[in-house]
Design a protein around this ligand. Structure first.
Ligand code: ATR
Length: 274
């Protein structure tokens, strides 16, 4: 029996949890596959991906800073990849063409709604940040029919441009423009957490019983998760569950089998508490 080859490309990649996650999925579902992590930067991306598929690779995940390049590289793209203008999953199809998809947004929504039982329909949602991470989650969040979706960004023009690109299906503004009713859910999609910083947000933004969610994650609670706890958020969560869910969706696309995520999330959670 041959072992199908998968990998994640990115830079830096040495702390990636994806090989561990996919190995756990493979074991759980009895799939015979290998999943490795390769350090690949923007300059070497096209050659590395081409070589990978020529050598028989079946599917790839692409992470920072390669998601836009992966979107450009794919021969065919799903709607959700096109609305994100970013691809995190490449699939070699039976006809040899490479399909690009983006599983980040659906991973976030599954973590919120299934793992944490958070209702999004009719809720007021605020996204902090207007970069690539935000672009990937807008359409799947709008599909859940919130009462309103607002994107606030430090550079207000970027939030405005994003709103225009999405046909004003949400509003874009600056952090100082948020004077209206508080939000049921605040999502931090800025890269501020990666440097231990907090976007400049007022404490009146979170509704009573509201929820905070940082798309980033770490071994320690991020600055935004700590902010949520200090605001007495009903839940203040980080993006570990989203990471596992986007991986599960990629695994499903590649193998046609949906892995069980709960045990994998619990395992990664307990590993970081030690
Ligand atoms: P990503 O792909 O992770 O979204 P990006 O496209 O570089 O990365 O976008 C980073 C986002 O984080 C931007 O919205 C950025 O705000 P600006 O557009 O004003 O640069 C936001 N960001 C980064 N550091 C921040 C900070 N300390 N406070 C507030 N926003 C921050």
């Amino acid at each position: 029996m041959t072992t199908d080859k998968y990998a994640v490309f990115g830079s830096p990649i040495n702390h990636s949890k994806s090989p561990k996650i996919h190995q756990l999925f493979a074991k759980q579902t009895g799939q015979n596959l290998e999943y490795t992590a390769q350090e690949v930067n923007a300059e070497s991306f096209a050659k590395s991906v081409t070589d990978f598929f020529v050598q028989g690779g079946k599917g790839l995940n692409c992470t920072v800073p390669l998601k836009e390049l992966a979107w450009q590289f794919a021969n065919e793209k799903t709607n959700r990849a096109n609305s994100a203008k970013a691809v995190n999953t490449l699939i070699k199809q039976a006809d040899g063409l490479i399909l690009g998809d983006n599983t980040d947004g659906v991973g976030l929504v599954r973590d919120l709604t299934l793992n944490h039982e958070i209702e999004l329909r009719g809720k007021r949602i605020l996204i902090l940040g207007a970069g690539g991470a935000t672009r990937g989650i807008i359409s799947p969040l709008l599909d859940e029919k919130p009462e309103c979706l607002i994107v606030a960004n430090r550079t207000v023009e970027k939030a405005w441009e994003l709103a225009i690109e999405f046909n004003h299906s949400f509003s874009g503004c600056g952090f100082d423009d948020l004077h209206e009713e508080p939000f049921d859910l605040i999502l931090n999609a800025t890269s501020a957490s990666l440097s231990g910083e907090l976007p400049p947000i007022s404490q009146h933004l979170l509704a009573k019983n509201g929820i905070c969610y940082d798309l980033a994650y770490g071994n320690e609670p991020t600055a935004f998760v700590q902010w949520g706890k200090a605001q007495n958020a009903r839940q203040s969560l980080d993006g570990l569950g989203m990471l596992v869910e986007q991986a599960a969706e990629a695994f499903f696309l590649w193998r046609g089998v949906r892995p069980e995520t709960k045990a994998v999330i619990e395992l990664l959670n307990s590993a970081r508490q030690n």
